[in-house]
Design a protein. Structure first.
Ligand code: 5AD
Ligand code: SF4
Length: 566
């Protein structure tokens, strides 16, 4: 039995509340141990029967337990029974099917897409880049702003035509729009087979199986306050992928008045640190060197469940051998603790970058956004961060044109940007979202004013970024090399030019392109996933350019970045 079969069987079993998969026995790869709650044997029997028909899973011969045989039935201290089930590899004939996933939205959705691919892989689904060749298309949607939602519906609209040309195609809608709209999507779009919400990913294999066998239409937008399925899923990695996302918590309890997240991602819930570490180790074993820990508000990680604090989690992740770098996002300023700030001085793998969304520079607007911090409290935290870690890069999110925002209040935002001198910002025009309280606020700002304010903000930040990039020229930065740039990807195999572009990121998350000189060509194979020191020689609006001066350096980087004056 291969790994795909094992994880498929484990996956199906783990989806049931009353079954716990204990282990895959090392000595006998083909045997999975499960623990079943008393009274649930018949239910498990049914699952096994289903799997037997599908992939030839068989109970190990000669053992008891309600209809299902187990090699051994061991009394567990908690009165649970342990049985062994033996999948029969030879009967396993899985047709390879192609899966196209379209992901719109944030990093959380990128991570979810990887989970989706991971849970469907054991069913025979492998990724494809062309919709036309796919057996199933999954649209992983976002509803954070109006535009993202429109994008999802316009993509779904286009799929109607593709489905009419290929009626056996399964069309599934997942993510935040699916959670928000539920069966309204099925009613509105007859070509959609499946709508699954943000908490339903681990139930996907079961639902897809039902659709494949009976072509039914399914909606699953059930939500839960706790994380029901916490097992690490080893999703696909692209060739040479050295950076990966790992979700450490989901949902949000903050209820900012403009935000739809608490309504579509549910209550805040944290994953167990052991599962998080296991998942990171799995990624690292497959070549990942950098992880970004994800959550809507990582600063309150573990609080509710009484798990460890976020800083403690970071310290544990920092200890993972062969992991080179740790990033995280997003942090709510009100929850940014001194303990976490101090972690930047303590943990050598923690990147010197903090994304700290402020949204507005005006106290009255912050209050109406329900952000629960003031401008001065925010600035104090930035000062503390910079005191502990002088070269830390700080980035932020902004909303312009929040209901009732006056020119003076917008000026306060510009003034805050000048004061902080961010390394980069994301800025958005306010849009009404379903269930978000600000949708009912008066004083809506007209589109031209919002556009004008957005442009003014971006112009200001553009100038600051250029100045900051210019000041980096002449410095040496240690980067983690992500891979060759376009020149090589486009198949320029003989590399006619003597300088081939490569790309990496500094600890401060600056994108740095660099050339590998002719004489150092022999190092190029070693470069992806290695650390290298780059002398910065030029600055662009969104990136920097430099020259390889030392590398590849395979060891975990030393504390901070090397930086010398021009
Ligand atoms: N309108 C505009 N921008 C929004 N964001 C969240 N909700 C809205 C909205 N209704 C922005 C915030 C947040 C980022 C992810 O999206 O800046 O930090
Ligand atoms: Fe939305 Fe506020 Fe939660 Fe961020 S902290 S996800 S902006 S409610």
């Amino acid at each position: 039995m291969d790994r795909r079969q094992i994880s498929y069987v484990k996956f199906i079993l783990e989806a049931y509340d009353n079954v716990a998969v204990m282990s895959t026995l090392d000595s006998r790869e083909a045997v999975i141990q499960v623990t079943i709650a008393p009274g649930c044997e018949t239910m498990v029997d049914g699952i096994i029967q289903g799997l037997a028909g599908e992939i030839g899973v068989m109970p190990v011969e000669g053992a008891p337990a309600a209809g299902m045989s187990g090699k051994q039935a061991i009394r567990m201290p908690d009165k649970m029974k342990q049985v062994e089930i033996e999948p029969k590899g030879s009967l396993f004939q899985m047709k390879e099917k192609l899966l196209y996933i379209s992901t719109i939205g944030c990093q959380m959705n990128v991570y979810d897409a990887n989970q989706i691919a991971g849970v469907l892989a054991p069913m025979g689904y492998t990724g494809t880049d062309t919709i036309e060749s796919a057996d199933m298309v999954i649209v992983n949607t976002c509803t954070i702003r109006e535009k993202a939602e429109q994008k999802a519906f316009s993509f779904l609209g286009r799929l109607a035509k593709i489905k009419s040309a290929n009626p056996s195609l399964i069309v599934a809608v997942g993510g935040c729009v699916a959670q928000q709209e539920g069966d309204a999507i099925l009613k509105r779009m007859p070509h959609v087979d499946l709508v699954f919400g943000t908490h339903a990913i681990f139930r996907l294999p079961e639902m897809v199986r039902r659709i494949e066998s009976s072509r039914c239409r399914i909606v699953d937008v059930r939500m839960s306050d706790t994380i029901e399925f916490d097992a690490p899923v080893d999703g696909p990695l692209t060739d040479g992928q050295i950076s990966a996302f790992v979700t450490i918590m989901r949902g949000c309890d903050n209820y900012c008045t403009y935000c739809v997240v608490p309504h579509v991602r549910g209550r805040e819930a944290s994953r167990h640190p052991d599962r998080i570490l296991e998942e990171i180790r799995m990624r690292v074993d497959r070549g990942v060197r950098e992880v970004t820990l994800l959550g809507q508000n990582v600063n309150s990680y573990g609080n509710k469940e009484g798990l460890c604090s976020f800083s403690e989690l970071l310290a544990r992740v920092n200890g993972i051998e062969d992991l080179g770098r740790i990033r995280f996002t997003t942090s709510h300023p009100k929850d940014l603790s001194d303990e976490l700030i101090d972690a930047f001085g303590r943990l050598e793998k923690l990147c010197h970058h903090m994304h700290l969304p402020v949204q507005s520079g005006d106290d009255e607007i912050l209050k109406r956004m329900n952000r629960r911090y003031t401008r001065s409290a925010y600035l104090e935290k930035i000062d503390r961060l910079r005191a502990v870690c002088p070269d830390i890069a700080v980035t932020s999110d902004f909303i312009v044109g929040f209901p009732g925002e006056t020119d003076r209040q917008f000026q306060a935002t510009l003034d805050l940007i000048e004061t902080v001198r961010y390394d980069g910002v994301f800025a958005f025009m306010y849009s009404d979202r379903p269930n978000a309280p600000a949708t009912a606020f008066s004083g809506k700002i007209d589109e031209p004013t919002k556009k004008r304010r957005l442009q003014a903000l971006l112009d200001l930040q553009g100038r600051i970024t250029r100045e900051k990039h210019q000041a980096m020229v002449g410095q040496i930065r240690r980067i983690l090399v992500e891979g060759p740039g376009r020149e090589m990807e486009s198949g320029d195999a003989d590399m006619a030019s003597s300088r081939v572009q490569w790309t990496g990121r500094s600890s401060s998350n600056h994108i740095i392109h660099f050339a590998v000189p002719e004489a150092q060509r022999d190092k190029k194979e070693l470069l992806t996933g290695a650390f290298a020191d780059i002398m910065i020689e030029g600055a662009y609006a969104h990136s920097l350019r430099g020259r390889l001066i030392d590398g590849p350096i395979m060891a975990t980087p030393g504390k901070g970045e090397t930086s010398v004056a021009a």
